[in-house]
Design a binder for this molecule. Structure first.
Ligand SMILES: Cc1cc2nc3c(=O)[nH]c(=O)nc-3n(C[C@H](O)[C@H](O)[C@H](O)COP(=O)(O)OP(=O)(O)OC[C@H]3O[C@@H](n4cnc5c(N)ncnc54)[C@H](O)[C@@H]3O)c2cc1C
Length: 364
């Protein structure tokens, strides 16, 4: 399995699922990092404030900095000897009574399988969703993200550091004792230019925002950036007769939420018992699968909303919005109950947005 040059944050809602699967401790043993706080800084390097996950009830009062391939390896191991067709692609679906005929292309040639249920977990631009006849609104976000992994300086603590202002956002996440994940929001017009720039722009930005870190990375070998343009997906339904959507195929969201993988894990956790019951009854129609969508849709929508709001605040070039964002973070320490609400939202444990009164209290 090829490691991607990126990391991810696993949030309390996802950690809960991994613990249930017996994977969390093994993930931590593989080097994934327990992180309690997110530190926010102005682009100039001035500290703004922190978001502390210890405001949540234990045991999941932290996030985990991780590389996605390490989690995938553990999930695969937990499947035991379940057969997997690698590099296979679903090419077509045909309804035949109560089952699907699934056409799959594989490196060994085309295959046909029959199945009573199809789970479309093939990402934001899901073709299987289309084959199931489910319509979705797919919207491309304005800004792209440049992602990379650099060597972690020995003195970089187990915290997330996020620098913002002037329309950019630079984040640093320890994902292993030796690895630091860098995410950087790139205005759409600089997307292509960025790909060829190597480590230069990172060092320049760090020199402004965190000179100590820039110095410790000054011998950085050429950085390979992965540039990603995220999309939002709103599917009209997540369930049809014999078919369900899961993860980004149902509800891709703004990466500022740091929630996509966590939401996909929560989907899978909610779907498993519903699917087992439906298959047990011999009825996998939309009505039997609907409890899955009911359990999950509001939470996923809450994460979508929170991600867009965070992106609006943290990456805006508008000085008034940037001032408000700084104000919100600075004021968190005066409003512990609102700080707890923000952490609960970010953790994916609740969906209710801030009321107007709460927003005003955070700004004033
Ligand atoms: C910049 C950025 C940063 C992010 N950071 C975080 C973070 O910190 N925390 C977090 O939780 N989330 C984060 N996310 C979101 C997260 O990466 C996604 O939400 C998550 O990968 C979605 O998982 P998925 O399984 O639904 O889809 P995907 O990861 O897209 O997987 C879909 C799979 O389906 C396969 N496939 C595609 N077509 C077919 C087909 N026809 N037949 C069979 N298979 C097919 C693909 O090969 C792929 O393996 C981030 C996203 C971005 C863009």
């Amino acid at each position: 399995m090829r490691p991607e040059t990126r990391g991810e944050l696993l949030q309390p809602n996802g950690l809960r699922v991994l613990a249930e699967l017996g994977i969390l401790n093994r993930l931590l043993a593989s080097g994934a990092q327990v992180i309690h706080t997110i530190e926010f800084y102005q682009r100039s390097g001035d500290p703004l404030g922190t978001l502390d996950y210890r405001l949540l009830d234990p045991p999941y009062d932290y996030v985990v900095g991780n590389r996605p391939h390490r989690l995938r390896q553990l999930l695969l191991q937990s499947l035991g000897d379940t057969p997997i067709w690698w590099h296979a692609k679903v090419e077509g679906l045909q309804r035949d009574g109560n089952t699907w005929r699934v056409a799959v292309s594989t490196p060994a040639g085309p295959q046909q399988v029959r199945s009573r249920i199809v789970v479309a977990a093939d990402g934001a631009r899901s073709q299987v969703r289309r084959m199931l006849g489910i319509r979705a609104r797919v919207r491309t976000y304005r800004d792209a993200y440049a992602l990379t992994i650099v060597p972690r300086p020995a003195d970089f603590p187990a915290v997330v550091r996020q620098y913002q202002g002037g329309g950019t956002l630079l984040g640093l996440v320890p994902v292993h004792p030796d690895e630091l994940y860098v995410y950087w929001s790139v205005p759409a017009h600089r997307r292509d230019e960025f790909k060829g720039l190597g480590s230069g722009p990172l060092l320049q930005a760090l020199d402004r925002e965190d000179p100590g870190l820039a110095r410790s990375l000054s011998s950085l070998p050429a950085v390979a950036w992965t540039v990603v343009v995220p999309v939002r997906v709103d599917a009209e339904t997540w369930v049809v007769d014999g078919g369900v959507l899961l993860g980004d195929a149902a509800h891709a969201l703004n990466p500022n939420a740091a929630q996509g993988t966590n939401q996909a894990l929560a989907d899978a956790r909610a779907l498993a018992p519903v699917l087992a019951a439906a298959l047990g009854k011999g009825r996998v129609d939309a009505a039997s699968l609907a409890p899955y969508e009911h359990a999950r849709r509001a939470l996923a929508a809450g994460a979508q909303r929170a991600g867009e709001e965070a992106a609006r605040l943290w990456t805006s070039a508008n000085p008034l919005t940037a001032w408000m964002a700084a104000r919100v973070i600075r004021n968190l320490k005066h409003h512990p109950e609102l700080a707890r609400k923000l952490v609960t939202l970010t953790a994916g444990l609740e969906a209710a947005p801030f009321t107007l009164a709460e927003r005003l209290r955070l700004i004033i």
